[in-house]
Write a protein of this length. Structure first.
Length: 222
């Protein structure tokens, strides 16, 4: 585009078609390029023919014109410098998430199927997500047993733009069907470090379960 552009417009007084020169990247250029129709008082002030009589504007008219100029100026700035689009199901900054899905049916095949779907959903929205997940058996009635009959679950850490908004939470809950899933955003370095240490605490204790209930890692060194 040249430094200035010529646009066709109509005089609001005599309806005569004439042309105006609008500097490139100006508010006037923005108005014409985006097919915006300003108010009559704005057009009377800006685009009347030179042969048409001068119009006396009231204080109220001038205030309306100023407000409209400021509005177009703001919109033109956004038009010239568009901000990156942020999806509603992701965030502009990465979140640190703590996710704990439970699998009370203790079925290895179904557990793996649901874990794969959970992780795939996060990676679909943000392929660069860093994910670490480890299996654990919660405390059961037999406290002396090395493998108590407690709830089977995974602890997941995710550093991702995936957002815990209602839409995503519902999708993850639907994947789990009737089973529980706890979702939390970790705030602050102490909470993040504590969670990452916590999810690794039973790596040796349930080592014999790793073939059926493997650990997961994506874009991260464990």
């Amino acid at each position: 585009m040249s430094d200035s552009d010529i646009f066709e417009t109509v005089c609001p007084y005599c309806d005569e078609i004439h042309h105006i020169i609008a500097p490139n990247r100006s508010v006037a250029s923005y108005i014409f390029l985006n097919s915006i129709k300003p108010s009559l008082v704005y057009r009377q002030h800006m685009w009347k023919c030179s042969k048409c009589p001068c119009h006396t504007f009231s204080a109220s008219d001038l205030q309306k014109i100023l407000k409209e100029i400021m509005l177009y100026d703001k919109k033109n700035g956004e038009f010239l410098n568009p901000k990156p689009r942020t999806r509603s199901d992701t965030t502009s900054r990465r979140n640190h998430l703590a996710i704990t899905p439970t699998f009370p049916d203790k079925n290895p095949c179904m557990t793996k199927y649901k874990m794969d779907k959970l992780i795939s959903k996060i990676l679909k929205l943000d392929p660069d997500s860093q994910i670490e997940a480890h299996f654990e058996i919660g405390g059961g009635s037999n406290k002396d047993d090395d493998h108590p009959d407690g709830i089977y679950h995974y602890h997941i850490y995710a550093h991702t733009t995936f957002s815990l908004v209602q839409q995503n939470n519902k999708i993850l809950s639907n994947i789990m069907e009737k089973h529980r899933i706890d979702l939390k955003t970790l705030k602050g370095l102490p909470a993040i470090c504590k969670w990452r240490k916590y999810i690794r605490k039973d790596l040796d204790k349930f080592q014999d379960k790793r073939l059926e209930f493997p650990s997961y890692k994506h874009n991260i060194d464990i």
